[in-house]
Design a protein around this ligand. Structure first.
Ligand code: UGA
Length: 458
């Protein structure tokens, strides 16, 4: 099939690459010419395992080309995918200006029947408006259909997610559009949820909203486990083995971040109030997620005090999650800023996100290290803030020889509590009580002496 993909961000670039890998002829469109030149040279604007090989191979096979012109891109395409950004606006709603702009251009340049598919995450009703805009800009009598085909890719594993999706959601208004879309995806042998436009748009938000809620539930359970002396990892395991619950997205941590969950939960909540409904559960999710990092920082101040000047803290992980260089809405970055604000000097390391982190953190009180171990040299405590697999394999004896004090704050439960405590560390994890440390109530502000049973936290 001949396809056009407008936008070469995460969704667009991965989409264009995989569609072409399936044997389709794909033209990727982006108005940023320098970005296209980088992609063609194999220098991907995003870190995504396996992506550059697929892109380069399909460029070589002449199945994947790029242009800056929407008109050239859509001319011969049977399907046009809109994959532009929909960032959060000040009201919490998605900012759809890029979608409207592209719809207008598609309308102006339409030369024959096509299915115009929105892949970007867009609130309910958007596709109908896209149709109206295209209609208003297209030549009289021009035939086209719109479709909603939301993406469920996770950053860091988007190539595999696209190749082996759990399901494909296709919202259409006509049998013709559904036939075209089915032809593209049927070879995957995975369920195709064929539905109306509004339900397809809603499925995307419902999925992200539910996953954010699942994480938030386990994060609140973690608060309870810490206070009640249970272990949240064991609780999650016990819950997750129930097939109705499932084990995924039950890792307690410092809160969810990234370019999707925070904005999508806010946008879904905004949709609810726009429909005169207060989706109070989502309000709770947003509130609890924000508080989760504060609870974590509270533990730090309980042990080290609120004034951290003179302290050097080692930080592993700056990306919003493992396997990505993305720091958008990264809770790790927020925690680094909070610790710096309290006077600490930070030595930081992330396997992929260093360049992006430098842009937002700058040089003041932050030293960028070349390895995990370099951060620890002479540091007063170690922080693990992103779930990169390699952090779980750190050599505890070596870490102890490098740190000034054997203290670890593990915001992602990456280490084995028994092993760490046996090695003589004071270990603060999420949803597990630290040995020798009394129950903490992070809502009360001045409990330092009550918090530490023997005065030093060990
Ligand atoms: C998320 C969804 O998982 C994708 O299905 C969706 O397509 C994508 O948003 C999107 O809308 O584009 P992504 O933002 O890449 O994908 O990242 P996730 O793997 O979902 O992680 C999101 C955040 O939740 C991260 O900060 C991660 O650390 C956190 N998380 C995840 C937890 O704290 N605990 C968990 O158990 C899982």
């Amino acid at each position: 099939m001949k396809l056009c993909v407008i936008g070469t961000g995460y969704v667009g670039l991965v989409g264009a690459a995989i569609f072409s890998d399936w044997g389709n002829e794909v033209i990727g469109v982006d108005k940023d010419a320098s970005k296209i030149e980088r992609i063609k040279a194999g220098d991907m604007p995003i870190y995504e395992p396996g992506l550059s090989e697929i892109v380069l191979n399909n460029i070589k096979e002449n199945r994947l080309t790029f242009t800056t012109s929407v008109a050239d891109g859509i001319k011969d395409a049977e399907i046009v995918f809109v994959c532009v950004g929909t960032p959060q606006s000040e009201t919490g709603a998605a900012d759809l200006s890029a979608v409207w702009e592209v719809a207008e251009e598609i309308g102006k340049n339409l030369t024959g029947y096509k299915v115009i598919v929105t892949k970007s995450t867009v609130p309910v009703g958007t596709n109908e408006k896209v149709k109206t805009i295209i209609r208003a800009n297209a030549k009289e009598g021009m035939e086209f259909d719109v479709a909603s085909n939301p993406e469920f890719l996770r950053e860091g594993s988007s190539v595999d997610d696209m190749k082996v999706p759990d399901r494909t959601v296709v919202g259409t208004e006509t049998a013709k559009a559904l036939e075209v879309m089915t032809r593209l995806y049927t070879h995957l042998g995975k369920p195709i949820v064929a539905c109306d436009l509004r339900s397809a748009e809603m499925i995307k938000y419902a999925s992200n909203g539910f996953l954010a809620t699942k994480i938030t539930f386990i994060n609140e359970m973690a608060q309870l486990c810490e206070r009640a002396g249970a272990d949240v990892c064991t609780v999650a395991k016990g819950m997750g083995l129930d097939r109705r619950v499932g084990p995924a997205f039950l890792n307690a941590g410092i809160g969810y971040g990234g370019s999707c969950f925070p904005k999508d939960v806010a946008a879904l909540y905004k949709t609810s109030t726009d429909q005169d409904y207060d989706f109070s559960l989502l309000r709770g999710v947003m509130e609890v997620n924000k508080a989760q990092k504060d609870h974590f920082v509270f533990k730090v101040t309980r042990l080290l005090g609120k004034n951290l000047s003179g302290k050097t803290l080692a930080v592993l992980g700056l990306a919003f999650k493992g396997d990505t260089d993305d720091i958008r809405e990264s809770v790790s970055i927020e925690i680094v800023k909070l610790l710096r604000g309290m006077g600490a000097k930070l030595k930081v390391y992330d396997p992929e996100a260093m360049d992006n982190a430098k842009k937002v953190l700058g040089d003041v009180s932050v030293e960028y290290c070349k390895s995990s171990y370099e951060t620890m040299e002479g540091a007063d405590a170690l922080f693990i803030l992103t779930e990169w697999k390699e952090f779980s394999g750190i050599d505890l004896e070596k870490v102890k020889s490098l740190l000034k004090e054997p203290i670890i704050f593990d915001g992602r439960n990456m280490l084995d509590k028994e092993a760490v405590q046996k090695s003589g560390y004071t270990y603060f994890a999420i949803g597990k009580r630290t040995n020798g440390v009394e129950k903490i109530d992070s809502r009360k502000s001045d409990q330092r002496s009550a918090f530490l049973t023997n005065g030093n936290g060990h």
